[in-house]
Design a protein around this ligand. Sequence first.
Ligand code: PRP
Ligand code: MN
Ligand code: MG
Length: 179
Amino acid sequence: WSLDDPHIGDVLISEADLRARVGELGAAITKDYAGRAPFLVGVLKGAFVFMGDLARAIELPVAVDFMAVSSYGSATRTSGVVRIIKDLDVELEGRDVIVVEDIVESGLTLRYLLTNLASRNPASLAVCALLRKPDDGRGDLPIAYVGFDIPPAFVIGYGLDVAERYRNLPFIATYREDV
Ligand code: PRP
Ligand code: MN
Ligand code: MG
């Protein structure tokens, strides 16, 4: 990426702000799950950067696994259909599961995942989402840990893409389509 890229708009959340907030989320999880070993389920691909930083901010013996789910594909709007592309490698029976998402927008992806994962009988099931957009009708999904509530702009970076680009921006920025 390059800061000269005209599609990269305003920096919404800086690298330093991300580091600080992810540290706080890790500390909260460390406290809440003391004595347990959380099983972090990262939602590919968007959550891969957040997952790496969050896991290292949790001072507990975590395990990590990933699911690949896609509802957007290459489009900037949801298709309304959630597909599992890669499932977990292990069963969740008796585990303290924390779903790790980069962003919750319509809630379609998360709603599908929570129903799906709950049916696997985990000991507990919680969500840690870095970003949450305003609730425009998705209803109340239980999200125990939220990094930032952001305005309804299209955002990129720190895992979030447009057509697979910009995932490696170290900050969150708005995406400028009309340039
Ligand atoms: C994005 C994002 C979330 C989901 C949020 O994933 O990473 O997983 O959409 O949107 P929703 O709340 O409206 O369901 P995407 O489907 O783009 O796949 P990706 O993570 O591989 O980019
Ligand atoms: Mn995603
Ligand atoms: Mg995407």
